[in-house]
Design a protein around this ligand. Structure first.
Ligand SMILES: Nc1ncnc2c1ncn2[C@@H]1O[C@H](COP(=O)(O)OP(=O)(O)OP(=O)(O)O)[C@@H](O)[C@H]1O
Ligand SMILES: [Mg+2]
Length: 371
């Protein structure tokens, strides 16, 4: 089995470091405060939150994880969120009773699933899922909580609430949060700029609603140690300098470090005992070859100004709105440039950290440099 995993939540001994970040999350929620967690894509937010959930569950909290990604309408939110709330209940009958006492117009159903376990679902019949019903549902966590069993709700990809356009979801949730005594929330997601807007703009319902934290790169020394330890189990050596090089090729982004390391392990296992810089390059080329059709299509889809910007961002990403930058790279007007940046950030293709803009996927960077 490949010792490196990517593209999923990592747990157990596939997860390293983030101890301080984890205890910050745990302490904030223990203290009865709400928190918003920012980090660029693929930095390990969801995995970190699952780590914190593990610790909080051990302390007796009812932890409800909810991902907004699959939500596409008020109905789907209702269905999925009520299911997520029910999943943490040991007594579904009791949960159904509480549900009915809060949401009178919708019938709860308990059926036995294929595994013989009872499952909760809802029957809308002719009920319209409007603000009243959504507001009732948002009040449910407080009803299943008590002083000894506080509920913590973890809203992943929270910026996607915008998809519930016809419902003032932010306003409804904010007012519920203010009333709830035994429930706290952690909000996070991969579109940092949208989340920041939600929590930092005075015009928005969530302005100042939560304390804020960010997570950054994993510390290099820990990553080197992790790579060495995992590879050594198959008698593969990697020295510090080579491990450092692997990390730099992956732009130090946790997801891409694991992806490249997985390729390196695959390349070396059973016949190579020492990883070299050439092997790292060869493996990076392999990853690139596998993804190049996808990158080609992604690039082709962009407008001319976005294409031009992508090509210049892989050269330099600082002060991109300055007159010198625009002139040096022969870029379009500042207005067009701003629109291109906004669009590429929204699509998750580029990211901004501090004052620098960069292409998020280091293998796409390689592709752009080559073509
Ligand atoms: N602490 C960690 N230890 C080891 N690997 C990690 C860690 N954090 C992240 N990774 C790697 O990064 C990948 C992405 O992690 P995760 O899905 O938690 O990130 P995310 O920030 O939620 O991503 P997205 O922006 O796509 O939602 C993992 O599959 C794993 O390969
Ligand atoms: Mg995630």
């Amino acid at each position: 089995m490949n010792p490196f995993t990517y593209g999923t939540i990592v747990k157990g001994d596939n997860f390293y470091d983030r101890t301080d970040e984890c205890s910050r999350i745990v302490q904030t929620l223990l203290g009865g405060n709400n928190l918003v967690l920012y980090a660029p894509r693929r930095f390990g937010k969801t995995s970190l939150v699952f780590k914190a959930i593990e610790q909080l569950e051990n302390q007796g909290f009812i932890c409800v994880y909810f991902d907004f990604m699959p939500v596409f309408s008020a109905e789907s939110f209702f269905r999925l969120y009520s299911k997520a709330l029910s999943a943490k209940q040991s007594n579904l009958q009791k949960f159904a009773q509480i549900f009915t006492s809060v949401i009178k117009s919708i019938r709860p159903i308990i059926k036995f699933g294929q595994d013989g376990m009872p499952e909760f679902s809802v029957d809308f019949a002719n009920t319209v899922i409007d603000e009243t019903v959504i507001s009732q549902l948002l009040g449910l966590p407080e009803k299943i909580a008590d002083e000894n069993h506080r509920v913590l709700v973890f809203f992943d990809e929270f910026q996607e609430v915008e998809k519930l356009g016809n419902i003032n979801f932010e306003g409804l949730l904010r007012s519920k949060i203010q009333q709830q005594q035994n429930v706290n929330y952690l909000f996070f997601g991969s579109k940092t700029h949208l989340l920041q807007e939600m929590f930092n703009s005075k015009k928005r319902a969530f302005y100042n609603a939560a304390s804020q934290m960010t997570i950054s790169y994993l510390p290099e020394n820990e990553t080197i140690e992790y790579l060495q330890q995992k590879l050594s189990k198959d008698n593969i050596n990697i020295d510090n300098a080579t491990a450092k090089y692997l990390i730099s090729v992956a732009a130090n982004i946790p997801h891409y470090i694991q992806l490249l390391a997985a390729e390196v392990w695959q390349y070396a296992v059973n016949h190579i005992d020492t990883i070299t810089l050439e092997i790292i390059n060869e493996c990076a080329e392999r990853v690139l070859a596998l993804k190049s059709d996808f990158y080609m299509e992604l690039f082709d889809r962009q407008s001319a100004s976005k294409k031009q910007l992508l090509q210049t961002l892989v050269i330099e990403g600082k002060n991109i709105f300055s007159a010198t930058y625009i002139k040096r790279h022969n870029l379009p007007s500042i207005g067009t440039l701003q629109r291109a940046v906004k669009g590429l950030i929204n699509d998750g293709i580029i990211e901004k950290i501090n004052d620098s803009y960069f292409v998020a996927d280091p293998f796409f960077v390689m592709f752009l440099k080559k073509n």
